[in-house]
Ligand binder design. Structure first.
Ligand code: AMP
Ligand code: MN
Ligand code: MN
Ligand code: MN
Length: 284
């Protein structure tokens, strides 16, 4: 396949913190011209069979997907997995364990918000949750917008949900090594999601890339809704430097909230190996 294929290999459904069902996402992706699609819910693969069937019904090809929360150098890093066996037991267990701390973390977030006068946030966030095992900061953000505390979810993150703010609770996620190994042992390819979004120094980013590669990681996202056009160029260069394949994905969550729609990104820069070239045999 070619780099100009309209692939969108990063988005979220109600199975994590998106607002659309896998079926509605598939329809929207196909209507926007997506030819190869992956649903990548946070720490969850519960939507994979539905998404694959919906892709088929809408004339798209499909790669299985997930986005695993990882702690690396005291920062949260997201690792996308693509093309793995959705029935792999070790991966399912690893993701189940990764989801495990979310309930307690959410209660602590609500306590932090209560200390600054925002009450009932846990119950409020729960009303937006589609999957009881997957309560996320995004659900709190929706509650705070609904209650009028902020005008949009971006403002909520800035004022309440990022490091140092009242609703932020540090959390230890999966290790980089475990996440990459779950994906690769299940015949998938591991991809560093939106590398431009982390607050790493050049040395820390280098360490992330090297360690990721040493565990069997093969690709990074280059064209993503979380990157600026300058970052497309920057991470295209880094993909070539490290010998990583490149991925493309909108990170779409919701028609109301997301700045980048499914399938609407520019193509991958030409010199790169598209990640789907590594996954030909895994495409459904
Ligand atoms: P969690 O996994 O609970 O920590 O939630 C992370 C999710 O929150 C991400 O996947 C995004 O959907 C959303 N998010 C994180 N940071 C921001 C931000 N600064 N602005 C808007 N959404 C964000
Ligand atoms: Mn999200
Ligand atoms: Mn992410
Ligand atoms: Mn994402």
């Amino acid at each position: 396949m070619t780099a100009i294929l309209n692939a969108d290999l990063h988005c979220h459904s109600v199975v994590s913190d998106g607002t659309l069902t896998p079926e509605a996402l598939a329809q929207r992706a196909a209507a926007n011209g997506v030819e190869l699609w992956a649903l990548t819910d946070h720490d969850e693969i519960g939507g994979q069979h539905r998404a694959a069937a919906a892709a088929r019904a809408n004339g798209m090809r499909y790669l299985t997907g997930t986005e695993i929360s990882v702690t690396f150098a005291n920062e949260t890093v997201h690792i996308v997995g693509l093309g793995f066996d959705p029935d792999d037991a070790a991966m399912a267990q690893g993701l189940y364990d990764t989801r495990g701390g979310r309930g307690k973390r959410a209660q602590e977030m609500a306590e932090g918000l209560a200390r600054v006068g925002i009450h009932g946030a846990y119950e409020g966030a729960l009303r937006f949750v589609g999957n009881p095992e997957l309560i996320s900061r995004t659900h709190f953000a929706r509650f705070l917008v609904e209650s009028g505390a902020c005008k949009d979810t971006y403002e909520v993150f800035r004022k309440y949900l990022t490091e140092g703010k009242p609703g932020y609770v540090p959390h230890r996620w999966a290790s980089l090594k475990d996440a990459v190994q779950w994906i690769t042992a299940a015949q998938g390819v591991a991809v560093i999601a939106h590398p431009g979004r982390y607050k790493f120094t050049a040395n820390e980013e280098y360490a992330l890339f090297v360690e990721f590669q040493s565990h069997g990681g093969k690709a990074i996202e280059v064209v993503t809704g979380s990157h600026t056009p300058a970052e497309y160029v920057e991470y295209a260069d880094k993909a070539l430097e490290f010998g990583f394949a490149a991925s493309r994905g909108s990170d779409f969550h919701s028609p109301e909230e997301s700045r980048c729609d499914l399938g609407k990104l520019p193509p991958l820069p030409g010199a790169l190996t598209p990640v789907w070239d590594l996954l030909d045999h895994r495409i459904q």
